[in-house]
Design a protein. Structure first.
Length: 551
C-alpha cells in the first residue's frame, strides 16, 4: 500500500497542472483530505467566511484573468451556498470550477444524513455538472471541467467528489492530462464580405461592444476599426473600458432603465455592429425598439434568437481576427461627430455638475466624480448591484478593460466585497475599491475578516441610504410611492474596526475625496461610509424621460 497515492493528492496535482493558483473555500468533514493536500501544494487555499463569498471570489478571479477561478465547499449546505456565485458566473460568461464534497458511494443510493442530489441542483446553472464515480476518473474529469469552463461561451462547471473517492488510494502512475491549446478561429471570408457590404451601404452605423470583446482582449482592434471607419462606439455595462471613454468616438455605456444620452446614438443608427455582445447583458429592445435595424453580430458563438435582435450577418470566430478583417474590407469612412459630440458633451456636463455639488448627504453624481478622481486609469472598482450600479455604470469613465466590474447577467447583490479580494489577488499592484450600497454590503461583509487575515488591502465605500435604494427608485417611478424598503444599520466604523480594518465616516461633501485617497494609499483594509442623497434618482429619470433630442 505504500506505493499508492491518496486520490485527494491526485486531484490537487490535476489542479496544479491546470495552473490554479488559488482555491477559495470552507473545509468540511467530507473533504479534509483535499484541503490538507492543498496545504502541501503550490496552490494557496483562501479560507473564507461563507461559501457564497468563495464563489464570488472565484468568479471575479476568472473574469479578470480569463482562467477559471476555483471554489470549494463541503457537501450539502456548503455546496448549496456556492450556488448564487456559480449562477452569477454562468450568466456573466465567466469561467469558474466549483468543487464540493459528496456523501460516500457506500450510501449515496439511499436516504441518509446530509444527502442531496447536488449534480441535479447544479446542472441548470452550469455548463456541465457531474460526480466523480471513481478516483481513476479524476484526471479526465478535472481536465473536462477546465476545458468546458473556458470554452466559449465561458461559464461555471461543477464537480462533486464523494467522500470515499477523495480518501481512496490510487496507482501513482495516474497523472494529470495535458492541456490542449485551441487555436484562434479565423472568420469566414464570405461573411466578412457580406458584413462589409452592409456597412458600406449604411447611412449611420454604430458599434456596440459587450463583455465578449473584453474577454477576447479586442480593445486595440475596436479602436482601430472606429478610427479607420469613423464609427462611434458604445459599450454595455459589462463591456465598460474595452473602448476608452476619453476617446473622441466614445458614446458611453448603454443599459440604463430609461432612454439615456447614449440611446440617441442608437436612435439615429441604421446598422448595429455588435461586438462580443450577449443578450443577457441587457434587452436589445432598448436599442432596436422597432426591430428595423440591420445587425452585424461578431462573436465566437452564434447570437441568441430575439425578435429585436434579427441578425443580418453573423461573423463567428476570434473577435480580434474578425475586427481586423472587417476593418480592412470596408472602403468607406463615416463621420463620428454630430450626435456623438452632443452625447459626449452631455455626459461631460453631468460629470462637471457633479464635481461642484456640495450638498450633504452627498449627491450620487459627486460620489462618482470623486471616485474617478481618486482612482488611477488601471485601478479596479467593483460596483455592487443596486442604485450604486446604475450611477457608476452610466457615469463612471473607464479607460481600460475590466476596471469597472458589475454583475449584469444575474445582477446579484453582495458580490463586490468578496470580489474585491479576488481582484487584489489577481492584480496586487492596483488599487481595488468595492463600491456598494449598505444593503448589499451586509450580505457578505463577513469577508472583511478574510481580507484582514489574508493581508489584502482593499477599500470598501458604502453608499448609505438605509434602504434598498434601487427598489425604492423603481417603486417611486412606477407606483408613485414605496414600501418595505427601509432598514437600520450598525455603526459601520465600529463594525469595520471590530474586524481589524480601519473605519471612516464622511461628514461633508468635501471630505470624501481626501478620505478615499488616504484609504487607498494605506496598506490595510479600509471601510468608508458616505451618506448618499438618492432624491436625485427621480430627478434623473424625469429629466431623461423629457429628453427628445440630445441638445
Amino acid at each position: 500500500m505504500d506505493s499508492q497515492v491518496e486520490a485527494a493528492r491526485l486531484l490537487v496535482r490535476c489542479l496544479e497542472a491546470e495552473g490554479v493558483e488559488y482555491v477559495f473555500g470552507i473545509p468540511g468533514e467530507e473533504n479534509i483530505h483535499f484541503v490538507d493536500a492543498l496545504n502541501e501544494s503550490s496552490i494557496r487555499y483562501v479560507l473564507v467566511r461563507h461559501e457564497q463569498g468563495a464563489a464570488f471570489m472565484a468568479e471575479m478571479y476568472g473574469r479578470l484573468t480569463g482562467r477559471p477561478g476555483v471554489a470549494s465547499a463541503t457537501l450539502g449546505p456548503g455546496a448549496i451556498n456556492l450556488q448564487l456565485g456559480v449562477a452569477d458566473a454562468t450568466t456573466n460568461s465567466t469561467p469558474v470550477v466549483a468543487i464540493s464534497a459528496q456523501v460516500g458511494l457506500d450510501r449515496i443510493y439511499k436516504e441518509s444524513h446530509q444527502i442531496i442530489d447536488l449534480v441535479s441542483l447544479f446542472r441548470p446553472i452550469t455548463k456541465w455538472a457531474d460526480m466523480a464515480p471513481t478516483p481513476e476518473a479524476l484526471p479526465e474529469m478535472v481536465r473536462k471541467a477546465f476545458k468546458v469552463a473556458q470554452t466559449e461561451r465561458p461559464g461555471a462547471v461543477y464537480l462533486a467528489i464523494p467522500e470515499d473517492v477523495e480518501s481512496a488510494e490510487v496507482d501513482p502512475s495516474l497523472k494529470p492530462l495535458p492541456i490542449n491549446i485551441v487555436r484562434p478561429e479565423e472568420p469566414s471570408a464570405s461573411q466578412v464580405a457580406r458584413a462589409a457590404d452592409v456597412i458600406a451601404m449604411s447611412r449611420q452605423p454604430i458599434i456596440l461592444a459587450g463583455h465578449g470583446a473584453t474577454r477576447n482582449r479586442a480593445s486595440h482592434e475596436l479602436v482601430r476599426m472606429s478610427e479607420r471607419l469613423g464609427i462611434p462606439v458604445a459599450t454595455t455595462f459589462n463591456g465598460k473600458g474595452v473602448f476608452p471613454d476619453d476617446h473622441d468616438h466614445a458614446l458611453g455605456a448603454v443599459g440604463f432603465m430609461r432612454h439615456d444620452y447614449v440611446n440617441f446614438g442608437f436612435d439615429e443608427a441604421d446598422v448595429l455592429i455588435c461586438v462580443g455582445y450577449e443578450l443577457q447583458e441587457f434587452d436589445p429592445v432598448k436599442i432596436n425598439p422597432h426591430a428595423d435595424k440591420k445587425i452585424i453580430h461578431i462573436h465566437r458563438f452564434p447570437a441568441e434568437v430575439d425578435d429585436h435582435y434579427p441578425v443580418t450577418v453573423g461573423i463567428q470566430g476570434d473577435i480580434r481576427n474578425s475586427l481586423r478583417a472587417l476593418t480592412d474590407a470596408v472602403r468607406r469612412r463615416f463621420d463620428a461627430r454630430g450626435t456623438g459630440e452632443k452625447i459626449r458633451r452631455m455626459l461631460h456636463e453631468e460629470l462637471e455638475r457633479g464635481r461642484h455639488e456640495d450638498r450633504f448627504p452627498m449627491s450620487p453624481r459627486r460620489i462618482v466624480t470623486d471616485i474617478r478622481e481618486a482612482m488611477g486609469r488601471k485601478d479596479i472598482v467593483l460596483a455592487d448591484t443596486g442604485a450604486v450600479k446604475m450611477w457608476m455604470a452610466r457615469m463612471y469613465p473607464t479607460y481600460e478593460p475590466n476596471t469597472l466590474l458589475v454583475s449584469n447577467g444575474l445582477s446579484s447583490m453582495g458580490f463586490a466585497v468578496p470580489g474585491a479580494l479576488a481582484a487584489k489577488l489577481a492584480y496586487p499592484n492596483r488599487h481595488v475599491l468595492a463600491a456598494t450600497g449598505d444593503g448589499a454590503f451586509l450580505m457578505n461583509s463577513q469577508e472583511l475578516e478574510t481580507a484582514v487575515r489574508e493581508k489584502l488591502p482593499i477599500t470598501v465605500l458604502i453608499w448609505e441610504d438605509r434602504a434598498y435604494g434601487l427598489i425604492e427608485w423603481k417603486m417611486d417611478l412606477e407606483m408613485g410611492h414605496d414600501s418595505n424598503v427601509e432598514f437600520g444599520n450598525p455603526d459601520f466604523v465600529k463594525y469595520a474596526e471590530s474586524f481589524g480594518a480601519r473605519g471612516y465616516r464622511v461628514e461633508s461633501a468635501d471630505a470624501l475625496l481626501p478620505t478615499l485617497r488616504q484609504a487607498l494609499e494605506e496598506d490595510t483594509v479600509s471601510v468608508i461610509t458616505v451618506p448618499v442623497d438618492y432624491s436625485e434618482n427621480l430627478r434623473l429619470t424625469s429629466k431623461l424621460g423629457e429628453l427628445t433630442d440630445p441638445f
